[in-house]
Design a protein around this ligand. Structure first.
Ligand code: AHG
Ligand code: MN
Ligand code: MN
Length: 344
């Protein structure tokens, strides 16, 4: 008699997923295995961040003008070093580096492309708030040899896999290869990610909205009206919604995937394209959320359909439960206005 449920490691899950696709070479599972190792190394550092003298700014700014923390640098490096020699990738790009990252000449190149945000929510590090790593994988479009910028600048619908690791009260990996969204919790005792959330489905409509309301003054009218709409009382649509904003996108998206609702970082009068990066933040989370039955938009267009022009371009983002995002889009496009709510 067995007292234990079947334990499925991330490795087993990936290999079984690959087996379902005839012709798979194992290349892809090797790539993900290398990436998981990097995330475990980052997790180890993040989880002892308060113990060692690693907190604090590294004293330089990344190309977005944000202050880079030491752990950002550490995470960026850990991923590059874990991924540069496996022969699975032809090129990489990271939020922390202006240009594409080439595979060193001494190592073979492969057929995949990796884009990553090594540490998301880094302004939260000192407060022991959840942070994360986000990744996005494409098939190369250049024929062979070293990968190019063109390999990196593909629209999000071409992703073959995407996911994130959230370093939180427990550490979780959530990923998709286009066949649903699956969540794994790190068992720190054995250092393995174990399947804990199979086939995550986002509720059709939620009752939480997530946005930095400190930017209210700079919001466009559509955003102001939409947030007002969410704050109105209407029992049939569960309004008013609750507000939750962590300020680590990974953590806000993780909650949105599980509980539903909407996370947004709109454009505003100071920053018409918002703050979040299309290639490192919007595309991978859009792929995940769509795979879970949700929706992701810039207010007008589907995120995954945007043709990228540069590695670090930003985009407004409305992402989460399909019905919530549809309503947000209607407000952004001026197709919906605030209605007087009938007294109950
Ligand atoms: P990163 O730490 O990778 O630069 O990303 C921070 C992002 C994202 O995680 C979060 O949702 C957003 O910045 C918060 O921005 P505000 O402080 O402007 O709300
Ligand atoms: Mn980020
Ligand atoms: Mn980052």
């Amino acid at each position: 008699m067995s007292f234990q449920k079947k334990v499925i490691t991330i490795e087993r899950h990936i290999i079984e997923g690959e087996r379902a696709h005839p012709g798979a070479t194992g290349d892809f599972s090797g790539l993900l295995r290398d990436f998981m190792l990097a995330c475990k190394i980052i997790w180890r550092e993040v989880s002892k961040a308060g113990l060692v003298n690693i907190l604090g700014a590294a004293g330089k700014e990344n190309i977005h003008g944000d202050q880079v923390k030491k752990l950002d640098v550490f995470a960026d490096d850990a991923i590059y070093k874990a991924m540069d020699h496996g022969g699975h990738l032809c090129v990489m790009a990271s939020e922390e580096n202006e240009d594409v990252l080439h595979i060193p000449d001494k190592y073979p190149t492969g057929k995949y492309v990796l884009l990553y945000d090594p540490l998301d929510g880094s302004s939260n590090i000192d407060a022991n708030v959840s942070i994360g790593t986000i990744f996005s994988i494409y098939r190369r479009v250049s024929p062979s040899g070293k990968g190019t910028m063109q390999d990196c600048l593909q629209p999000g619908y071409k992703q073959v896999a995407a996911g994130y690791v959230v370093y939180g009260s427990s550490t979780m990996l959530v990923y998709t290869t286009g066949d649903g969204v699956h969540g794994f919790t790190l068992d720190p005792g054995i250092g393995e990610f174990l399947l804990s959330h199979e086939n995550i489905r986002i509720p059709k409509r939620g009752k939480i909205y997530s946005v930095n309301e400190g930017n209210y003054r700079y919001w466009f009218d559509g955003v102001k009206k939409y947030v007002k709409y969410l704050q109105e009382e209407d029992k049939t649509t569960n309004r008013p919604y609750s507000g939750r904003y962590i300020g680590s996108m990974v953590a806000d998206i993780h909650r949105t995937l599980l509980y539903g609702g909407i996370f947004m970082y709109p454009g505003d009068t100071r920053h018409p394209d918002g703050k979040l990066r299309l290639m490192y933040e919007a595309n991978p989370t859009a792929f995940l959320v769509e795979q879970a039955g949700g929706r992701a938009s810039n207010g007008n267009d589907r995120i995954l359909d945007i043709t990228p022009k540069s590695l670090h371009q930003k985009t407004p983002l409305f992402i989460g439960s399909a019905e919530d995002v549809c309503i947000a889009e209607e407000f952004m496009q001026g197709k919906r206005q605030l209605q007087p709510v009938a007294a109950s």
